[in-house]
Design a protein around this ligand. Structure first.
Ligand code: SF4
Ligand code: SF4
Length: 426
C-alpha cells in the first residue's frame, strides 16, 4: 500500500472516527426507513458488496497509523456486518494484532441482531466487542417498519439475538429509531426496554425527505443532504418520518420518567449528551457538536466518504488503498464539510437559548427556513428546542450536585422533596 506523505498523525490532533461498512449497503432485512440500502444504486458493481482481504488489510493498517490517540476504536456497521460471518471478524482480530503496534484496539459492531448465534456471542464476548442492536420497542412498534425481505416483522428474531447477548454477557446497547408512529408511545417504548433488561439506549429520530429530481436521476428514492445556504424547494418528508414537535414530546415524556426513577441505572445517550453539553464539555456525538467532519465512512470497496449520511459521489474523499485516512479527513475539513455545520447556522440558531446543547443538529436535516426566512434551519428544531428547554431545570440541579462532588442521581431525591445529604464522616 502506498500512502500519501501525510500519514503520521500529530499526537495533539483530534481523534478520527471511522465507521467501516464491510458488507456495504447489503442487508438481510428491508426496513421501511433505511437510508442505506438504496445506496446500492451508487456503486458500479451491484453485486458482491463484501470487503475483500486486500481492502481489509489496507484499512486496518491505514487506520491504526492515522489515529493520533493511543486507543483505536473500530466501528463495524452496515448494511449488516454479520453477513460476513464470524470468520471475517476473526481475520479482523488477527490483522489488528499485526498492525496495532503499541496501540490499544477496541471494536464495536452495529447489528440488526437477527443473525446472532451462540458462536457469534462467544466470539464477541471473547474479544470484548461493544454491540449496538437495533430494536425500536415492543413488537407492535418494532414490526411496523423493521421487516425481513418477505415483509415479515423481525421482532422475534431480534429479541432472540438480544437474549443471546445477555446470556453470553456481551456488552450491548440498543439503538431505537423514533418514527412518526412510535413517537406517540414514549412510555410504552421506554418501559419495554426497562422490562427487557436494557441499560444503555439511544433514540434516533427518523427523518428523510422524499425524492427530488437529483435523487431520481441517481436511482434513489430519498433526497440527499440539505443545501444549507440556499432554500430547499423540497421540504416534504416521508410518511414514516417523525414530526418535529412529537419528537420533542417523546423525549420529554421519557426524560420525566427517567429523571424520577432511573438516573444512574439506565443510560439514555440523548440525556447523557445533554448533561455533558450543559456542564460545558464538547459533545461526543456529531449531531450536537459545534462542527463535525471527523467521522468518515470506509465502504466495502475501500472508498472513503465524509460521513454515513453523505455517501454520495460528491462527498467521496478518496480510497483507503492510496491515501491516508488522516489526509482524507483533512481534505474533507479543508473543503468546508463539517465546518459549515457551525458557519452556516441561521440567525435563529445563533440567537437561540439552547444553542450550546443543540448546535443546530445534523446538517442533513437542516432543510427548512428560520423564523426570519433564512435557509438551513433544522427540521427537528421545535422538538429540540422544547426538549432542551424543558430539561434545563433538571440539568441545573445535576450540575450543582456534580460541582459538590455528589452523584447526579441525587436529582431523583431532589425532585421528591427537600434533600438532606448525609456526608460520610471523615
Ligand atoms: S453531517 Fe450529520 S451525521 Fe454527518 S458527521 Fe455531520 S452531524 Fe454527523
Ligand atoms: S433549538 Fe432550533 S434554533 Fe435552537 S439551536 Fe437547535 S435548531 Fe437552532
Amino acid at each position: 500500500m502506498s500512502l500519501s506523505r501525510n500519514s503520521n498523525p500529530d499526537p495533539q490532533s483530534p481523534p478520527l472516527h471511522v465507521v467501516a461498512k464491510p458488507a456495504g449497503p447489503d442487508c438481510n432485512l428491508n426496513c421501511d426507513y433505511c437510508f442505506y440500502l438504496e445506496k446500492q444504486a451508487l456503486f458500479s458493481n451491484k453485486r458482491g458488496f463484501r470487503m475483500n482481504d486486500t481492502v481489509l488489510q489496507a484499512f486496518i493498517e491505514n487506520y491504526t497509523r492515522s489515529q493520533s490517540t493511543p486507543v483505536v476504536e473500530f466501528v463495524w456497521q452496515g448494511g449488516e456486518p454479520t453477513l460476513l460471518g464470524v470468520e471475517f471478524f476473526e481475520r479482523v482480530i488477527e490483522l489488528q494484532r499485526r498492525f496495532s503496534n503499541t496501540k490499544t484496539i477496541k471494536n464495536s459492531l452495529q447489528t440488526n441482531g437477527t443473525l446472532l448465534t451462540d458462536q457469534w456471542c462467544t466470539f464477541l464476548k471473547e474479544h470484548d466487542f461493544m454491540v449496538g442492536i437495533s430494536l425500536d420497542g415492543p413488537q407492535q412498534i418494532h414490526d411496523l417498519h423493521r421487516h425481513d425481505r418477505r415483509g415479515k416483522g423481525t421482532f422475534d428474531m431480534v429479541m432472540q439475538g438480544l437474549r443471546l447477548l445477555q446470556k453470553h454477557e456481551v456488552q450491548f446497547n440498543v439503538l431505537a429509531c423514533v418514527s412518526r408512529e412510535s413517537a406517540n408511545h414514549p412510555l410504552e417504548v421506554y418501559q419495554f426496554f426497562k422490562d427487557s433488561g436494557v441499560e444503555f439506549l439511544q433514540f434516533a429520530p427518523v427523518v428523510e425527505r422524499v425524492c427530488n429530481p437529483e435523487s431520481i436521476h441517481r436511482g434513489l428514492n430519498l433526497a440527499g443532504p440539505a443545501a444549507l445556504t440556499t432554500k430547499e424547494p423540497n421540504t416534504r418528508v416521508t410518511p414514516w418520518s417523525v414530526e418535529a414537535e412529537e419528537y420533542g414530546e417523546f423525549l420529554i415524556a421519557i426524560y420525566e420518567d427517567w429523571v424520577r426513577n432511573d438516573v444512574g441505572n439506565i443510560f439514555v445517550m440523548n440525556f447523557e449528551w445533554a448533561l455533558n453539553a450543559w456542564i460545558g464539555n464538547p459533545s461526543p456525538v456529531c449531531i450536537h457538536a459545534q462542527q463535525c467532519g471527523r467521522s468518515v465512512v470506509v465502504e466495502h470497496n475501500g472508498d472513503v466518504y465524509a460521513c454515513d449520511h453523505n455517501v454520495y459521489p460528491e462527498f467521496r474523499l478518496g480510497s483507503i488503498a492510496t491515501e491516508s485516512l488522516l489526509a482524507m479527513v483533512e481534505k474533507s475539513q479543508q473543503s468546508g464539510f463539517g465546518v459549515c455545520k457551525e458557519t452556516a447556522l441561521p440567525r435563529q440558531c445563533q440567537d437561540c437559548d439552547v444553542l450550546a446543547a443543540c448546535r443546530g443538529g445534523c446538517p442533513k436535516h437542516r432543510f427548512v427556513v428560520s423564523c426570519d426566512d433564512q435557509p438551513g434551519l433544522q427540521y427537528l428544531c421545535p422538538g429540540y428546542r422544547n426538549f432542551f428547554r424543558h430539561i434545563r431545570r433538571y440539568l441545573k440541579v445535576m450540575e450543582t450536585l456534580l460541582e459538590n462532588e455528589l452523584p447526579a442521581s441525587y436529582v431523583m431525591d431532589v425532585i421528591k422533596g427537600p434533600l438532606v445529604i448525609k456526608r460520610p464522616k471523615t
